[in-house]
Design a protein around this ligand. Structure first.
Ligand code: IVH
Length: 731
């Protein structure tokens, strides 16, 4: 009976939504995970049996998403900026005084709240329903990860009035939420969940994740939403586009309202009226912060009043109405026992300290980086020293300085290797560029003086030389052997990494194991592993299942495309950004190989240094060999080419889409227009060149008209597009 079914669907949804709501409030949900999963399954079944009952805001939508091929990049409605940092009370006071002055006020209400160390996210709700989730990206445009975000129970799919206090049973979404409400906030993985995930990884013999933040960023870039780690949490701390903006006068008002709508917000934010009060709050928070469920390395301080925020404005990087206070890095003392030199993927040798294990910022550390030999000498760090260590950022601990007065006399100098510790090739040394330049400048001055004095028939004036380059000026040591096994291993590790070929089953330990067993001697060997099942199975900790996983992962990686391959090849100066520009410009490896250095340098944001390095890689027999091997293995070396038609009427135009269009999906049209050189933006401003308005266009149309922006309807758009197609056909 559909009526019965409809009733049942409602009941199940209400129960699940209520459990989610309580979960977001951090209260007991009255439902175990098993019961939740069971209820969700029941609902899924009912919706499958009665498709007419399915709705986009059903809790089943959290798991129903299909894997995607790639992420779509979408412009932010307004830039996602960063925040300027301060590191002590004086700097904070100075910001407050400066800000009061600019605001023309004696005193300002400011909000202090934790700085959450996660991954920034922009959530767009339309009429109370979550429609889009974007990463920060480069700040102006981010990746569309909506399919993954929908799996996060901590983020509501729909907003409801009073959801923050009362149960919402059977209520339609949208109630009291602005038509468009874009929430900015941070998504993070609580430490407990992170530890659990790593324990499970260890059980499967996989390498552990580095830290909660990287893990969060990584899992959000999954193509298959079913694989997103469960237990991610979100905290909202700001707004992007909001219709009927003026409804909020202050940040505190805004936060209170979105909390009522059911969004998770900071529990600890408060409004204070002076820099002194802010400082008091910070000191208290410093003591309490280790008990919070998320990592935090500071506090964010914001002007509360929105009108004043607008008046203060933003610089190109950060708002003037906001500042972060960063806590000093935590330090500890321990004994330096040993130094090993590690060979990186570019051949760089880095000194790595082994120390007596000690507790630092919540974890036991026994290794730290010493950066380079010059640094070791400048700081006079010796084996056996008691050293101060600290966590830089939040990941790699570093040795700050020795505690000289604690020396007992048995400390020994640290030696730098003259040969690569792995392949014994003599090392090459790189010196501080400023010092090298200083010496070159002196050399030229001496030459000039020589010529001049000869002409004038006098003895040259002496010019005091700078100190000669010494070991303390050293900034890096390299193993120059491109076939060095250690370098090769590191390049392999990079190649299979998450942002490159993403072969999860090939962790660091497995790579070492396969290299030692002689199963990986070239990059192309990765793709021949499937013919070596027998040999793989003979290795330790390699069961049928692990081998299957490995081979499956390798096969899947063949389809990642040219961008990922280029990013994975360790070509100097080519990271994700460079790889993207090359891959999208050339569309395939053959076109890239055929391009001369100038053609590569001419690509926007590439330039001559990168072009020379790319050409060098492509012209080098080793580089050619790698590419030939990947090609032979059937690795996809193409990428969707983004052609910008310079003579298209859309080239260089900033366009906004609004209303319902009959002939286009919004996202498809966006792609078409971007392909024709346009920038598609989410909101109308004075920089908008054109608004394309479909049926039922609302506030954007009004705003565009107010600003005198050109407006097209769908017919006009179709005409223009067919003109472009005809022009292309003729060309
Ligand atoms: S407000 C600048 N508030 O920190 C735009 N940001 O290091 C206003 N963050 O990009 C941002 N906690 O991703 C704000 N309570 C908080 C925050 C916060 C963490 C992030 C945010 C920002 C980054 C800057």
């Amino acid at each position: 009976m559909p009526d019965d079914a409809a009733q049942q669907v409602c009941t199940l949804r209400d129960r699940l939504n209520e459990a989610d709501r309580l979960y977001r409030l951090g209260e007991p949900t009255g439902m175990s995970d098993t019961e939740f999963d069971h209820t969700l399954k029941q609902l899924e079944q009912l919706e499958a049996d009665h498709p007419s009952l399915a709705t986009p805001d059903s809790p089943t939508q959290r798991v129903g998403g299909q894997p995607i091929d790639g992420f779509e990049t979408i412009a932010h409605s307004s830039p996602m900026l960063s925040i300027d940092n301060t590191y002590n009370r004086q700097e904070l006071d100075a910001w407050y005084t400066r800000t009061c002055k600019s605001a023309g006020a004696d005193q300002l209400d400011i909000v202090v709240e934790p700085k959450v160390d996660g991954v920034a996210l922009a959530l767009r709700y339309e009429n109370g329903t979550l429609v889009q989730a974007l990463t920060r990206g480069d700040g102006t445009k981010g990746d569309d990860i909506t399919h993954n975000i929908k799996t996060v129970r901590h983020i509501p799919l729909t907003l409801h009035a009073n959801a923050g206090t009362q149960p919402r049973i059977g209520e339609a979404p949208g109630n009291q939420a602005p038509g468009v409400l874009e929430i900015r906030g941070e998504i993070y993985l609580p430490q407990g969940v992170f530890d659990q995930v790593n324990a499970e990884k260890a059980e499967r013999g996989e390498d552990p994740f580095m830290n909660p933040r990287n893990t969060t960023a990584g899992t959000l870039k999954q193509k298959d939403p079913a694989k997103v780690i469960r237990g991610l949490k979100f905290v909202a701390y700001g707004k992007g586009e909001v219709s009927g903006d003026a409804a909020y006068n202050t940040h505190a008002d805004f936060v209170a309202h979105i909390k009522q709508l059911g969004l998770p917000t900071q529990d600890t934010e408060s409004v204070v009226a002076s820099a002194d009060e802010a400082w008091g709050w910070i000191e208290q928070f410093d003591q309490d912060r280790h008990d919070l469920p998320f990592a935090t390395d500071g506090v964010v301080i914001k002007v509360n009043d929105y009108a004043l925020q607008d008046k203060l404005g933003v610089t190109s990087k950060a708002p003037r109405w906001c500042i972060a206070y960063k806590f000093p890095a935590e330090q500890a003392r321990t004994k330096l026992l040993e130094v090993n030199w590690q060979v990186g993927k570019t051949g760089k040798l880095t000194p790595r300290a082994t120390m007596q294990p000690t507790l630092l910022a919540g974890t036991t550390v026994s290794h730290a980086t010493l950066h380079n030999f010059g640094e070791v000498l400048r700081k006079d760090i010796r084996l056996g020293d008691t050293v101060v260590i600290e966590k830089a950022g939040e990941i790699i601990p570093q040795v700050v300085e020795p505690v000289a007065h604690l020396r007992g006399g048995g400390e020994k100098p640290i030696q730098a290797p003259g040969h690569c510790p792995e392949c014994a090739t003599p090392v090459e040394i790189e010196y501080d560029a400023r010092r090298v330049n200083e010496i070159a400048v002196h050399g030229r001055a001496v030459e000039r003086e020589k010529t001049k004095s000869e002409k004038e028939g006098r003895t040259p004036e002496p010019i005091a030389p700078p100190a000669p380059l010494g070991p303390e000026d050293e900034t890096a040591r390299y193993c120059p052997n491109p076939e060095c096994p250690a370098q090769f291993r590191e390049r392999l590790i990079h190649f299979v990494g998450r942002n490159q070929m993403d072969i999860d089953a090939l962790g660091e330990k497995t790579i070492h194991q396969l290299c030692d067993a002689g199963l990986l001697t070239t990059l192309g060997d990765i793709y021949r592993l499937k013919d070596k099942r027998g040999e793989l199975l003979e290795l330790e900790r390699m069961g049928e299942k692990k081998v299957d996983n490995l081979i499956e992962g390798v096969e899947q990686s063949k389809g990642r495309g040219l961008l990922r391959v280029l990013a994975g090849l360790t070509i100097r100066h080519i990271g994700q950004g460079g790889a993207k520009r090359l891959a999208q410009h050339f569309g395939g490896i053959d076109a890239l190989i055929a391009a001369d250095e100038q053609a590569i340098a001419d690509i926007e944001d590439v330039g001559p240094i990168t072009a020379a390095s790319v050409r060098q890689f492509l012209d080098n027999p080793a580089g050619r060999h790698v590419i030939a091997e990947l090609k032979a293995a059937g690795v996809d070396l193409t990428e969707e080419k983004i052609e910008v038609a310079a003579d298209s009427p859309f080239a260089g135009k900033t366009i906004v889409l609004t209303g319902t269009l009959e002939n286009f999906q919004r996202n498809e049209l966006k792609k078409i227009l971007e392909g024709l050189g346009a920038k598609v933006s989410g909101s109308v401003s004075k920089n908008t060149d054109l608004l394309i308005a479909g049926e039922k266009a609302g506030s954007k149309l009004t705003k565009a008209k107010g600003l005198g922006v050109e407006v097209w309807d769908e017919t006009k758009l179709m005409e223009a597009l067919s003109w472009v197609r005809n022009a292309a056909r003729k060309a």
